[in-house]
Design a protein around this ligand. Structure first.
Ligand code: SF4
Length: 466
């Protein structure tokens, strides 16, 4: 019998999650008779085994940090897998196509990639040649999802876990009920690929995926959908299905501010179904910045979202792009003041308060009139267009805060202690005396052990040796 065609799927980094984006293609490829192995570089090293025998190595780049790790890893992969065709797929692949091809990557795929991965393997197995250059980079055609194959990945217990306010932990599973997004926020990496479209993973497939993860020890499910309420009926169906099948299992999801307000009546039921916390990309508390980002919510809507989630008994974990070219020192202090006023200091991972806006190739920010002209030339090391703030004090503050957070995290300071340091530093940068912080800054909330971040230059702490 002929040797099977061997595929190695590589995950550079996915926020500590066991990646659906490897498990789903693995199921498709195995069904077609391909031999599939996975390498998760957040947990495993690049070794000759299984790369030496690979016919295809496909790296998944769902986020900026993953792409930078992939670029670092590609030369070593090339050495270890000399006969393999190289493919890179995921949100960041099409926008970095030229760079990736320059590194020897033969195939670049984005969007709903599973059929293209199967076709690529079939073409390579048949005649050793990849798909033609004319094949679409991005496909948004609906795909018939199957139950992802997670047996090819490290056990869930090795990935990020849920941390409760009392410090106890639970094994977390990671499910996706949809891909893409119906919104067009300018800074978001989903937008250049999905262009306002989203694709539903059928509820029965999601439930089977959850079932297998519960079998692997999951006691909490983190839904990785870009927005759980892009299809609120679908989201609610998943929450109900999860609760009906596993009443003791909790979950979290990501929902934008506008959806929290528009579908506020669904929040109590989400809570009743086990929702512990909702991550929401608030991004800014300045209406001018929100408008530039096309977030479709205003600053005051943040307060409303906090009120609604609290009333439903769900913790809100807001995320921010704290530093943009339009952020002023006063505006940054206003962000910290809002977190104090809303008693959210314990709800925000410190990394969220140092994030600097990333402008990757293909970003819809580049469509903002006059914006491109303010940027420096594309930097392949950064994978983005660097920018300098017109007020040098703002860039200096961001760098100082970044160092403070790195040091504070190394010293295992609490969120509250780290926040107090940022508070003092920000006021000093503006030449102000920092007012005393009130005693009640809010209470710790449930969280995942690896913080969520996305549309930002990474702090490089994830760029580990592999
Ligand atoms: S930021 Fe969120 S809501 Fe906006 S386009 Fe991206 S995923 Fe959708």
């Amino acid at each position: 019998m002929a040797d099977p065609f061997k595929v190695v799927l590589v995950n550079p980094y996915e926020l500590g999650r066991q990646p659906f984006a490897l498990a789903e293609p693995a199921a498709w490829l195995k069904r077609e008779g391909f031999a599939v192995r996975c390498l998760d570089l957040s947990l495993e090293k690049l070794e000759p085994e299984p790369l030496a025998a690979a016919n295809l190595v496909a790296l998944y780049v769902g986020m900026h940090t993953a792409t930078r790790i992939a670029i670092e890893a590609l030369p070593r992969i090339r050495q270890l897998a000399p006969k393999a065709h190289l493919c890179v797929y995921g949100l960041y692949a099409p926008m970095n196509e030229a760079l990736l091809r320059g590194l020897g990557v033969g195939s670049v795929l984005g969007g709903e990639v599973e059929p293209a991965l199967v076709s690529l393997c079939q073409a390579l197995r048949l005649n050793g040649k990849p798909l033609s250059r004319g094949a679409p980079l991005v496909s948004l055609a609906r795909v018939p999802f199957v139950v992802p194959d997670r047996s090819v990945l490290p056990r869930l217990s090795r990935y990020a876990h849920l941390v409760q306010p009392d410090g106890s932990t639970r094994v977390a599973g990671f499910a996706e009920g949809s891909r893409g997004c119906k919104h067009l926020c300018r800074h978001c990496p989903v937008v250049p690929v999905y262009r306002g479209k989203f694709r539903i993973v059928p509820a029965d497939v999601v439930m089977e995926d959850i079932r297998q993860q519960v079998g692997d020890g999951a006691r909490h499910i983190s839904f990785g959908d870009p927005d759980f309420f892009n299809g609120p009926t679908h989201g609610l169906k998943l929450a109900r299905g999860l609760h009906a099948a596993f009443p003791a299992i909790t979950f979290d999801a990501t929902i934008k501010v506008q959806h929290l307000i528009d579908h506020a009546e669904l929040l109590p039921e989400l809570r009743a179904c086990g929702c512990l916390f909702i991550t929401s990309a608030v991004e800014a508390v300045d209406d001018d910045i929100l408008l530039r980002l096309d977030k479709n919510h205003r600053s005051r809507d943040f307060d409303r979202a906090v009120e609604l989630t609290r009333a439903a008994g769900i913790a809100l974990a807001p995320t921010f792009v704290a530093f943009t070219p339009w952020t002023t020192l006063a505006g940054y202090i206003a962000l910290l003041e809002r977190l104090v006023a809303l008693r959210l200091v314990e709800s925000v991972p410190p990394v969220q308060l140092i994030i600097r806006l990333l402008v990757p190739e293909g970003s819809w920010l580049l469509k903002l009139a006059g914006f491109r002209e303010t940027l420096m030339p594309f930097d392949p090391a950064l994978l983005g267009y660097p920018w300098r703030h017109p007020d040098a004090r703002v860039d200096r503050l961001q760098q100082e805060l970044q160092a403070d957070v790195a040091q504070g995290e190394a010293e295992k300071l609490s969120r509250r202690e780290l926040f107090a340091g940022l508070w003092r530093r920000a006021h000093a940068a503006a030449g102000l005396a920092a007012p005393d912080l009130p005693a009640d800054l809010g209470s710790p909330i449930p969280r995942l052990s690896e913080p969520w971040y996305c549309c930002a230059e990474p702090t490089m702490q994830q760029l580990q040796a592999f």
